[in-house]
Design a protein around this ligand. Structure first.
Ligand code: IPM
Ligand code: MG
Length: 389
């Protein structure tokens, strides 16, 4: 890991994006600034607008030069991308050739593009249930899982698999288009890297009393490329991490086990699409997507984002839970602390996490998904008050 120098001001670019992205990012930034002030460290915040709404309005996903700007920042904080076209009511996709050869989700540059361009090889998604969170099932709030039973991390490979971006037409003998194929690509280099990250994380957690186990989740019984992922996982584990237990699970069954027995898992490693699905599914046990934070991490760059997406139907209503975004900002601060050897940033992260935990325990200012009636901004204010105390 590259050790960078300590700074007085860390340059963070926010990418609020679409839908509820700007609302939750606003609250995350507020909380981050209050916590930073208390620790005597500063963030120089800069915003870049972009995403599907931007594409609709301007014909480009973000302004020219944005790639260069995000590559120069110390860290990125992303809201969410994905907009609905007001006329068709369907997701906005880029037009072929503008700018990609095939049509992609408009906002691709900010999420998938950044992940690939900045080599953010792992998507680190903790699945952890915090005390005070109740589970909403069929509209009723229940205590289903217990905190302490839900505490694992999904390490999602973040640059390839079904996210190859390579979709081609299938043609019959007469040249008629009869279908489309999207390539599933798994390379040794990317797999080794994410597996090493997962094993090292399990070793770190083992020091803190966790079992020291990495579960590799794939569809290796059907997809050849996934079998390769699993083979590389075994090799890396055997050669470099003999102290860490290996465990494999097929993706379909895993979806059930992660709901029924989340306590079985410590660190999970998975190809990109599998990791995408199991992190959303696992969020059920942590109180829903409003609680699920994530970080796209590479050796030199980091981009942090709540995993929930843009939820266009709630856009502008000041209604959704900003906690996932605040917890993502905490992850960003923690990562920056490691990158720059700056303990103040680690304390900023702790302050943010403790404030969220305190608001949950108070149970007075919660959004609808957690059984409350508070607005997104009210939860942000409650978090800021806790930090200021
Ligand atoms: C995520 C999202 C993205 C993904 C979408 C918005 C392209 O679901 O970050 O998990 O599939 O990776
Ligand atoms: Mg997803």
């Amino acid at each position: 890991m590259s050790q960078k120098t300590k700074k007085d001001r860390y340059h963070v670019i926010t990418l609020p994006g679409d839908g509820i992205g700007p609302e939750v990012t606003t609250q995350a930034v507020r909380a981050l600034e209050v916590a930073a002030k208390r620790e005597g460290v500063a963030f120089q915040l800069e915003e870049i607008q972009g995403g599907g709404e931007h594409y609709l309005a301007h014909g480009v996903e973000w302004a020219e030069g944005s790639e260069r700007r995000v590559a120069a920042a110390d860290a990125l904080l992303l809201g969410a991308v994905g907009a609905d076209d007001p006329t068709t009511k369907r997701s906005v996709f880029t037009k072929p050739g503008k700018p990609y050869p095939t049509s992609e989700l408009a906002g691709y540059a900010l999420v998938i593009g950044n992940r690939k361009r900045l080599d953010l090889f792992v998507n680190h998604r903790p699945i952890r249930l915090l005390p005070g969170v109740r589970h909403k099932v069929s509209g009723k709030f229940m205590d289903i899982w217990e905190p302490g039973q839900v505490d694992y991390v999904v390490c999602r490979e973040n640059t390839e698999d079904a996210y190859s971006g390579k979709t081609v037409e299938m043609k019959d003998g007469e040249g008629r288009v009869v279908g489309k194929t999207t390539a599933i690509e798994i390379t040794r280099a990317a797999t080794e890297r994410v597996c090493r990250y997962a094993f090292a994380l399990a070793r770190e957690r083992k020091k803190r009393g966790r079992p020291g186990k990495v579960t590799c989740v794939t569809k290796s019984n059907i997809i050849g490329a996934h079998k390769y992922f699993e083979d590389v996982y075994r090799e890396v584990g055997k050669a470099e991490f003999p102290d860490i237990e290996q465990d494999t699970s097929l993706f379909d069954a895993f979806c059930m086990w992660q709901i029924r027995n989340p306590e079985w898992f410590d660190v999970v490693v998975a190809p990109n699409l599998v990791g995408d699905v199991i992190s959303d599914n696992g969020s059920t046990t942590q109180g829903g997507m409003g609680m699920a934070a994530g970080g796209n991490i590479g050796d030199r760059h980091g981009m942090f984002e709540p995993i929930h997406g843009s939820a266009p139907k709630y856009r502008g209503q000041d209604k959704v839970n900003p906690m996932a975004a605040v917890l993502s900002a905490a992850m960003m601060s923690e990562w920056l602390a490691g990158q720059h050897g700056d303990e103040r940033l680690r304390r900023v992260a702790t302050r943010l996490e403790e404030a969220v935990a305190a608001v949950l325990l108070d149970a007075k200012t919660l959004t609808y998904d957690l059984g409350g009636e508070a607005a997104c901004s009210a939860v942000g204010s409650a978090i800021c008050e806790k930090i200021a105390k």
